[in-house]
Design a protein. Structure first.
Length: 131
């Protein structure tokens, strides 16, 4: 394709590295024509670079930017972003959503002062069942 167009072409596509593991490698390929002394296309070159580690690092950084390290729950900024998207979606679809807000009074006393930090760390992670 690059030789026909007589210019470099860049492409980023996921490629499966192994059918057994189903891991994906993200490969950036650049194809460019090779010219002779007269400027005519004499061949081509293909350069491939894997970006899998970089993509994984970006994925982890994105997760940590939007989630609380202690609880694994979304942080305030991500919560507000999701809430804003839900409100826009509800308005566009003329639908309704419900928001349940739980405020734990005196959380510091419950978690840190009375029951130790381990209890305070576990409490926000607990799954509350409605009966």
């Amino acid at each position: 394709m690059s030789i026909r167009r007589i210019r470099p072409i860049k492409s980023v596509r996921p490629c499966s590295s192994s059918a057994a593991t189903a891991n994906e490698l993200y490969v950036e390929s650049t194809a460019a024509p090779i010219r002779d002394g007269a400027g005519h296309v004499a061949g081509g070159v293909l350069v491939s670079t894997t970006w899998s580690e970089s993509r994984e690092l970006n994925r982890r950084l994105s997760y940590h930017a939007s989630h609380d390290v202690l609880t694994g729950l979304v942080n305030r900024r991500e919560f507000e972003s999701r809430l804003e998207r839900a409100l826009k979606s509800a308005k566009a679809r003329e639908a309704s959503y419900a928001l349940c807000y739980l405020d734990i009074d005196q959380f510091k006393i419950i978690s840190n002062d009375t029951c130790a930090h381990s209890a305070g760390d576990a409490l926000p992670r607990a799954r509350w069942a409605l009966s």
